[in-house]
Design a binder for this molecule. Structure first.
Ligand SMILES: [Zn+2]
Length: 266
C-alpha cells in the first residue's frame, strides 16, 4: 500500500472508533448525562457491556444486533453511525491529501465532521442542537484555523469573517422572518462556525455550501410533505442540511466557483 492509502485507511479505522464514542454522545448529551461515565450498558436490562461486546461494528454483527443478556434488539443505527463516521474520516483524509493546500485543514475538519455527525443525529432525534456541542465549536474553529495559518503563512481574515457573516445572515434572516419555524435558533448559532471554515478555504465554498443546504432542505421538505409523512408543523430539522451542505461546499465549492467565473467570463 502506498503511504497515502495507508493514511486514509488508518484514519478510516480511527473514524469508526470515534463513531463508537459519538453513539454515546448522541444518546447522553440531550439527556444531560456524562459522556465519560458510567460505561455503556443495555438500555433494557442494564447489562454493562464487556470489552468484547463493545467492539465497533464487529460486536453488533457477532451478537446479531441483540443484547447478550436479555436479547433485546440493538438498533442498526449504532453500527451505521460508526460506518458513516469511518467513511467520513477516510473521505476527508483523501480530500486533504489530494487537494492542494488542504492538508493543514485536516485536524479541524475531522473534529468538525465528528461533532457534525452527532449534531445531525441529535437534531433528527430531538429537533434541537445542544449548546454543549455547538458553542465549543467557536474556540475550536479559531484554534483550528490558526494552525493552517501558521503552516501556510496565509491569514484570510476577511474571507473567514465574510463566510461566517454570509452564513449568519443566510440562516438568521429566514429564522427571523419565519419566526423560528423551519429553522431553530440552534441553526443560527451553528451557521457562522461552518461559514467561517468554508470562507477560510474559499468564498465560493461558503456560497456553494449555503446554497446546497437550502436546496437539500427544500427538496427533502417538499418530499416529506408530498409523501404525507409529516405536515408543515412537524418541520424537518434544518441542522443536517447545514452540515451536509457545508461538507459538499467544502469539497466542490472552489470547482463551482471557477466554473462560474469561466461561464460568465468574469
Ligand atoms: Zn439487555
Amino acid at each position: 500500500m502506498t503511504l497515502t492509502a495507508t493514511v486514509i485507511a488508518a484514519l478510516g479505522v480511527a473514524g469508526v472508533l470515534v463513531g463508537s464514542f459519538l453513539n454515546v454522545v448522541i444518546y447522553r448529551v440531550p439527556l444531560g448525562k456524562s459522556v465519560v461515565r458510567p460505561r455503556s450498558s443495555c438500555p433494557t436490562c442494564g447489562n454493562v457491556l464487556s470489552a468484547r461486546d463493545n467492539v465497533p461494528i464487529v460486536s453488533w454483527i457477532v451478537l446479531k444486533g441483540r443484547c447478550r443478556r436479555c436479547g433485546e434488539r440493538i438498533g442498526m443505527r449504532y453500527p451505521l453511525i460508526e460506518i458513516v463516521t469511518g467513511l467520513l474520516w477516510a473521505g476527508l483524509a483523501w480530500w486533504a491529501l489530494v487537494v492542494d493546500g488542504a492538508l493543514p485543514l485536516l485536524p479541524l475538519v475531522l473534529v468538525l465532521g465528528s461533532v457534525g455527525v452527532s449534531l445531525a443525529v441529535i437534531d433528527l432525534d430531538h429537533h434541537r442542537l445542544p449548546d454543549q456541542l455547538v458553542l465549543p465549536l467557536y474556540p475550536i474553529v479559531l484554534f483550528g484555523l490558526a494552525f493552517p495559518g501558521v503552516v501556510s503563512g496565509e491569514w484570510p481574515v476577511w474571507l473567514t469573517l465574510g463566510g461566517g457573516l454570509l452564513w449568519l445572515v443566510g440562516v438568521g434572516l429566514p429564522w427571523l422572518v419565519t419566526g423560528g419555524r423551519g429553522m431553530g435558533f440552534g441553526d443560527v448559532k451553528l451557521a457562522p462556525v461552518l461559514g467561517m471554515v468554508l470562507g477560510w478555504w474559499a468564498f465560493s465554498a461558503a456560497a456553494t455550501g449555503l446554497l446546497i443546504s437550502f436546496l437539500l432542505g427544500a427538496v427533502v421538505g417538499v418530499a416529506v410533505l408530498v409523501s404525507g409523512r409529516g405536515d408543515r408543523k412537524s418541520a424537518v430539522p434544518f441542522g443536517p442540511f447545514l452540515l451536509v451542505g457545508a461538507l459538499v461546499g467544502l469539497v466542490i465549492g472552489p470547482i463551482v466557483g471557477s466554473a462560474y467565473v469561466e461561464i460568465f467570463q468574469l
